[in-house]
Design a protein around this ligand. Structure first.
Ligand code: SAH
Length: 334
């Protein structure tokens, strides 16, 4: 293989990975842990739609829907609790993997599919994205002397090359705490572009977006690229396409990009706090009622996995985007 910049390598590896056999054998995401996750997000979408003044029609968009579990759970809760939202909405899914599109079609047959947000009609919308941005390619820069080197992949090994002039402008650093020699900074251009295009839509149309993913609240230095294969950490650079490659989401960079593009950003709020505010544990309790002891315990354990700080409750965060000046969305109250 010729030398590839890290983001180009990651794009190629993940495209092969998500197009391959069922990727979800290798990792477990929140919607696959508990049905309550998608239900709560569906109700968030409904409450948000009501807050927007019930625009009709409205698009319920999901980016990176995986097996379609989140959307199927969300739609079931919406039909039950807010039937007028169910009647007003059209489902649009942003998914590049043909394999996963086919899986999604079995769960949500009347959806429309898109390669990117660009082809989604210009209509009021509520957008959900869970563990979507962490799968988008990152570039990595390494502090060398007074400048930055960039990481490339050559035959499964990282190699540093001088970063292109001007790129330092895109790399955040705090003037009060200059990066140490060897410090690593990550940049996901596709994640920033996605958030910018959502924000530009929000500047033109009523709408809201809810992004859930893992990463620190504030910008940090460090290498967060990781690979999972068969549920275990793997070498991210070996055998592209056989492991799921992800990286921390840079929430502060995304919030700044959204605001610069004319939207408002709310949060990030730790996932556990967000889900608890929206009634995760009450819903889980209700679901556990009239079940066998074993089943009830499993339902409550799954809810704890999503919400407890030492499990997914703290590392995962929720970030909401709305039009500038719109009301604070549910779960993001100070
Ligand atoms: N949201 C799901 C799946 C997360 S995995 C869940 O929580 O279970 C990431 C998802 O994003 C997969 O569906 C993958 O195929 C999709 N994806 C990855 N890169 C993409 C891209 N550039 N454009 C659209 N979808 C992408």
């Amino acid at each position: 293989m010729p030398a590839e910049r890290l983001d180009h390598f990651m794009a190629r590896a993940n495209a092969a990975y998500y197009a391959g056999r069922d990727p979800f054998a290798d990792f477990t995401t929140s919607p696959e842990i508990s049905q309550v996750f998608g239900e709560v997000l569906g109700l968030w979408a409904a409450v948000t739609w009501i807050g927007l003044g019930k625009p009709t029609p409205v698009l319920l968009i999901e980016a990176g829907p995986g097996r379609g579990t989140l959307m199927a759970d969300a739609l079931r809760a919406i039909r039950q609790a807010v039937p007028d939202f169910a009647a007003a909405l059209q489902v649009h899914l942003i998914e590049t993997s043909p394999t996963l599109r086919a899986v999604q079609a079995t769960r949500i047959p009347d959806a429309s599919w898109h390669e990117s947000l660009d082809s989604v009609p210009e209509t009021p919308f509520v957008l959900l994205a869970n563990e979507f941005l962490d799968a988008l390619p990152i570039r990595q820069f390494v502090r060398r002397g007074q400048g930055w080197a960039e990481r490339w992949v050559v035959d499964g090994v990282l190699e540093e090359r001088p970063a292109k002039a001007g790129v330092a402008m895109e790399i955040w650093h705090d003037p009060a705490a200059p990066p140490q020699e060897g410090a690593i900074r990550e940049l996901s251009e596709p994640a920033l572009a996605f958030v910018r295009s959502v924000a530009e839509r929000l500047a033109r149309r009523p709408g809201a977006a809810l992004i859930l993913d893992y990463g620190p609240e504030h910008r940090m230095f460090g290498d967060s690229l990781q690979a999972l294969a068969g549920g275990r950490p793997a070498d991210p650079l070996a055998a592209p396409g056989t492991a799921d490659l992800t990286a921390h989401v840079d929430f502060s960079a995304l919030a700044d990009a959204a605001v610069a593009a004319g939207a408002a950003a709310h949060g990030p709020v730790p996932q556990g706090i967000f889900l608890a505010r929206l009634g995760l544990f009450q819903r889980a309790n209700r679901l556990a009622r009239n079940q066998s002891m074993t089943r009830a315990a499993a339902i409550m354990e799954a809810a704890r996995r999503l919400g407890e700080p030492d499990m997914m409750g703290r590392l995962f965060k929720a970030l909401a985007l709305t039009g500038a000046g719109a009301a604070v969305p549910a779960g993001f109250e100070a």
